[in-house]
Ligand binder design. Structure first.
Ligand code: ZN
Length: 279
């Protein structure tokens, strides 16, 4: 499932290809995604100039001239495929296709159809029902240890679950939460309200650094998707704990001195962590 860095990378790829262009053709091939696509979407997009892009949490906002924004969520497995325009060719599971005045196309491909597309007035983006309840952007300067601690007061869920809750902080998913907790040396089962003081002071920069490194890795993949048939947003990245059950972490000697990275299940999702150094 795409998390904040993947979505950021998709947004940057779309910006590189679409910003300033006019959408000369928009086609909806299938309207029943997670929710029904807005009525008249293709007509609203056709002829519109793309003014810019913004990301909020795991959502992409494409701003069109005339004060309308397209809200895009990739869902579980959605992706954007960029290529040279090929009239009359629609790849499988491509539900929305945009063709630009400079001969390129961007397609939204989503086999599982958990993704969503909506229209909203640009001036009211943040009041959209999917955005209104989101917590702070983790990479904003306003997301500080004090802000995180305040959001965790009185919460007796594990810190892992609290960070996955988009109301605490926007855009984090399972992988990056595991990685950030490892980096901050905070145990994933620790109760959220007890993450304050020094732990919160370690956790916030750990979240920012984890995301920033992944975004940098995504950025270096940009060169791949300015080529025809490039796919945005998924890139190779080296996780420190995620998927490394039983292996030594970078801080530990590994077996036999310690048992290495452990996997547990929390909220029916796998958590990977170092039981020796995360407390
Ligand atoms: Zn370790």
């Amino acid at each position: 499932m795409p998390e904040l860095p993947e979505v950021e990378t998709v947004m940057r790829g779309l910006r590189a290809r679409l910003q300033g262009r006019v959408i000369v053709r928009a086609e909806v091939h299938r309207a029943d995604l997670r929710w029904k696509l807005p009525h008249g979407l293709a007509a609203r997009l056709t002829g519109a100039r793309v003014e810019g892009f913004r990301r909020r949490g795991k959502y992409i906002l494409m701003r069109l001239e005339g004060g309308v924004s397209v809200l895009l969520h990739l869902g579980m497995s959605g992706r954007i495929v960029i290529g040279r325009a090929q009239p009359n060719v629609t790849p499988p599971h491509e539900h929305l296709t945009l063709a630009t005045d400079d001969g390129w196309r961007a397609g939204f491909v989503d086999p599982r159809r958990f993704g969503s597309v909506d229209l909203i007035a640009t001036a009211r983006e943040d009041s959209h029902k999917l955005l209104a309840g989101l917590g702070p952007e983790p990479l904003d300067d306003g997301f500080t240890a004090a802000v995180l601690s305040a959001a965790l007061i009185g919460r007796s869920t594990p810190i892992k679950a609290a960070l996955l809750d988009q109301r605490t902080v926007a855009g984090l998913g399972n992988i990056y939460v595991c990685e950030a907790l490892f980096r901050a040396r905070v145990g994933p089962r620790r109760l959220a309200h007890s993450v304050a003081g020094a732990r919160a002071a370690r956790l916030v920069p750990a979240i920012k650094a984890t995301l920033a490194e992944a975004i940098a890795a995504g950025g270096s993949s940009l060169r791949d998707y300015v080529q025809p048939d490039g796919e945005l947003g998924y890139f190779q990245h080296a996780w420190k704990v995620y998927g490394h059950e039983g292996e030594p972490c970078e801080r530990c000697p590994g077996p036999p001195a310690c048992a290495g990275i452990r996997r547990i299940v929390q909220s029916s999702r796998s958590t990977f962590y170092c039981p020796r150094t995360q407390r």
